[in-house]
Design a protein around this ligand. Structure first.
Ligand SMILES: Cc1ncc(COP(=O)(O)O)c(C=O)c1O
Length: 377
């Protein structure tokens, strides 16, 4: 089979299963955007944009080298301090994305002699990290501390890293973090919490780990992305100092990657400062998320992300297109991007959208999804 034939075969299979993906340009200010992850509207906040411009003018368009060579700039230090202040962790290490932060943290903390347990709904980057680590890894039942406990008991004596999300990226439900942490502590396991969808939104913006009083625990480490609530790009690991030192020396996606671009670092620093001083932003997300939940009959909303299950991938695409024609952008998540195999419309709450606009857009989502359900039954 030639490469062309192989590509045509793969495209045919995708089409048959209704899981074709494209990368359309959808940015259109006339649309109501309930699809993006810019939960606080900071990506276009004038202060954040200005900080990106100022950092670019001061340091250039790129960091120019790995952080360990000449790529560490004052703006990276400022970013790391601002993240520590926001989340109440003693140390932070910035990466070029949330994806590489997860790769770096998981692989640097595991390897030979270690085991990894992932929540069944954990993000693809955590699965990829587990694969790259060369440690044996397994999943435990989603949000189930008892299943985690049973699995850790079987691994007693081993060095185990447990990885979960604080608020799940597709279904939008929250992890029982205090219970999971207590189970990990009983078994001397290290708990990694991916706060991609918690930072900026949970608690008063400092994330769920801080809200639960767990920031600074020595058997816990947090990863974040700077690309959602912080409106920029990049990622970070929040930890104690010894853990940061270890990552600087061992995290390959930190060592062998060019430092975060100055524009992204400057923007995220400003965004973190804004979030730290304006808890009303997180509150505005909660209020809008409650409106969406009520309109769409969702009970598990913990942050900005919510989802409505659809009968299948084709129905999900049709519903997204119908909503798009009506001026409402929602996410359409299909296998393999859904942890439970169920295609969904993914709806996000945004602090910068007026309440009545969110309410009427959510009512449209409800009407379209209800009609799809009726057609299918
Ligand atoms: C839970 C979770 N972790 C990590 C990432 C990766 O973050 P980034 O987009 O900054 O690479 C995402 C983004 O989709 C995410 O949802």
């Amino acid at each position: 089979m030639t490469w062309d034939q192989w590509l045509a075969e793969r495209a045919g299979l995708r089409h048959e299963r209704g899981v074709d993906r494209i990368d359309p340009v959808l940015r259109d200010d006339s649309m109501i955007d309930l699809a993006s992850n810019d939960y606080l509207g900071l990506a276009r906040d004038a202060r954040v944009v200005e900080a990106a411009v100022a950092a670019t003018e001061r340091y250039g368009a790129g960091a120019g080298a790995s952080r360990l060579v000449t790529g560490t700039l004052p703006v990276h230090r400022e970013l790391e301090s601002a993240l520590c202040e926001l989340t109440e962790w003693p140390a932070a290490l910035a990466f070029s994305s949330g994806y590489t932060a997860n790769l770096g943290a998981v692989t640097a903390l595991t390897g030979r002699g270690a085991h990894i347990l992932l929540d069944a709904h954990a993000h693809a980057s955590l699965h990829d990290a587990a694969r790259m680590s060369r440690s044996p890894y397994d999943v435990f039942a989603h949000n189930d501390p008892a299943d985690l406990d049973a699995r850790l008991r079987r691994l007693d004596g081993a060095r185990v890293l447990v990885a979960v999300e604080s608020i799940y990226s597709v279904l939008g439900d929250a992890a029982p973090l205090a219970e999971l942490h207590a189970v990990c502590r009983r078994h001397d396991a290290l708990l990694l919490v991916d706060e991609a969808h918690g930072i900026g939104v949970a608690g008063d913006g400092g994330g769920r780990v801080r809200a639960l009083g767990l920031a600074g625990a020595t058997d816990l480490v947090v990863t974040v992305t700077l690309s959602k609530s912080l409106g920029a790009q990049g990622g970070a690991v929040l930890s104690g100092r010894p853990m940061r030192d270890h990552l600087v020396n061992s995290a390959r996606s930190f060592i062998f990657d060019t430092g975060l671009a100055p524009a992204a670092a400057g923007a995220a620093t400003e965004a973190a400062r804004i979030i730290a001083t304006r808890p009303a932003l997180a509150e505005a997300v909660h209020v809008r998320a409650a409106v969406i939940a009520e309109q769409c009959g969702i009970t598990s909303a913990a942050g900005a992300v919510q989802s409505v299950p659809m009968p299948g991938p084709l129905e999900a695409v049709a519903a997204r297109e119908e909503l798009r024609s009506a001026g409402v952008l929602v996410g359409c998540f299909r296998p393999p991007s859904v942890p439970d195999g169920v295609s969904r419309l993914r709806i996000t709450a945004r602090a910068d959208l007026p309440l009545d606009v969110v309410g009427s857009a959510a009512a449209r989502v409800r009407a379209v999804s209800a009609r799809t359900e009726r057609v299918m039954t």
